[in-house]
Design a protein around this ligand. Structure first.
Ligand SMILES: Cc1cc2nc3c(=O)[nH]c(=O)nc-3n(C[C@H](O)[C@H](O)[C@H](O)COP(=O)(O)OP(=O)(O)OC[C@H]3O[C@@H](n4cnc5c(N)ncnc54)[C@H](O)[C@@H]3O)c2cc1C
Length: 367
């Protein structure tokens, strides 16, 4: 039996980044069900950093993460970001939504419908009544980020164990006893970074679920539309998030932006959901949607207020939540890892305490 200071459950971007930060001061072991890191939500994302995406708490986390992406000390020797841009278009009946988004955002430029079409020439001009662009939105190199954090964890003496699904959690004499097929561990603190499975891990430990709901999101890749040079197009999307598309290694990634609640699982796209979503996209463009070369789905897991849940559970000892990152878990990972280390290890440099309060699981444990 091995006894580190902290066990992190889950080897997606949340768990690995937190483990790497915690390992600076503590002896950390990370346990992952799958044979490799990042096989679930993390490996299936659209890999974009959008500063204005999400509610006020998320936007504060995005802002805290940005400089770490640009200068990822210890994680990579150069920026994890590369230029992309995000353009949002609105029909006449969606102009109110566009104004609400613009009013709470920073660094957006207005575009005329003609400017929007000149930037992405496959867009139908007629339905566009307004558009904005966040020029500073960036592609994230998620694999380099994940491997970079894994390397940092290793160099700090931490350990990653794959094929190690946590199947039992029991609190005994001030420690968690953690059962996996790869062995039994003991640690005073566990970090629940199990993504879509976060509530299940809490229940294994005898805690009540918080209500982290996995919502399936799908995507397809199709060949670049013939005759267009797409590499420099921004991500483009309907303001109501009913579809979005972006260039991806010479192809066009299209997502129906679906949000269907499903059980925690190895997610797979639903044909009907894909077909309906691609139809919404097709109505906005002048090109036919050809047969996708690849399709996939992943789970974006949300608490009921769509804000991540980060902090010690007040109903237990040594049980720390790092869950509910929704559609923002890659871009907020550097900030959330810092909050996690700050709360567990008591750094004086804990980022904004109001943010830590807004993330606390206590909000689901009051009655
Ligand atoms: C299509 C799509 C597009 C997205 N686009 C973006 C984007 O552009 N930008 C962005 O920031 N975010 C995006 N997201 C969201 C982002 O991918 C997630 O928020 C993020 O990856 C969540 O990371 P995680 O580590 O919490 O979860 P995961 O990556 O799912 O990791 C959780 C891990 O826990 C493991 N686990 C579960 N139970 C146990 C157990 N009992 N024992 C051991 N291990 C366990 C799982 O095997 C899994 O590997 C997107 C998501 C999807 C699906």
């Amino acid at each position: 039996m091995t006894q580190p200071d902290i066990i992190v459950i889950g080897g997606g971007i949340a768990g690995i980044s937190a483990a790497a930060m915690l390992a600076e001061q503590s002896n950390v072991v990370l346990l992952e069900t799958e044979p490799q890191l990042g096989m679930h939500a993390t490996g299936r994302s659209a890999a974009i950093f959008i500063r204005n995406y999400g509610n006020a708490v998320l936007r504060a986390l995005n802002a805290t993460s940005a400089p770490i992406f640009q200068e990822p000390a210890g994680i990579s020797d150069h920026s994890l970001l590369s230029p992309r841009g995000e353009m949002l278009i609105a029909r006449e009946d969606q102009l109110g939504e566009l104004e609400t988004y613009a009013a709470r955002s920073t660094g957006l430029d207005r575009l005329t419908p003609d400017e929007a079409v000149s930037m992405v020439p496959i867009l139908r001009r007629a339905p566009i009544a307004g558009a904005v662009i966040e020029r500073d939105a960036q592609d994230i190199d998620v694999n380099r980020m994940l491997q970079g954090y894994a390397g940092l964890l290793r160099r700090r003496g931490g350990k990653t164990v794959t094929n190690a699904a946590v199947t039992g959690l029991k609190r005994e004499q001030g420690c968690w006893r953690i059962t996996t097929p790869a062995g039994i561990w003991q640690a005073p603190i566990i970090v629940n970074a199990a993504g879509a499975w976060a509530d299940r891990v809490a229940q294994l430990a005898g805690l009540a679920a918080i209500g982290i709901t996995p919502l399936r999101r799908s995507a397809v890749l199709m060949s670049a539309p013939e005759g267009y040079q797409i590499d420099n197009w921004p991500l483009f999307a309907s303001i109501s998030e009913s579809w979005y598309a972006k260039p991806d290694a010479g192809k066009l990634l299209i997502s129906p932006a679906d949000e269907d609640p499903v059980d925690a699982q190895d997610a797979w796209p639903d044909d009907m959901v894909l077909a309906m979503g691609l139809d919404r996209f097709e109505q906005a463009v002048t090109i036919p949607v050809t047969r996708p070369t690849h399709s996939w789905a992943g789970l974006r897991s949300f608490a009921s207020d769509r804000t991540p849940v980060v902090g010690f559970d007040p109903t237990s000892d040594g049980f720390f939540w790092l869950a509910g990152q929704g559609g923002y878990g890659v871009q907020t990972a550097p900030a959330l890892a810092a909050v996690c280390a700050g709360l567990i290890q008591g750094y004086s440099s804990l980022p904004d305490r109001t943010i830590a309060t807004a993330l606390a699981p206590d909000r689901f444990r009051t009655t």
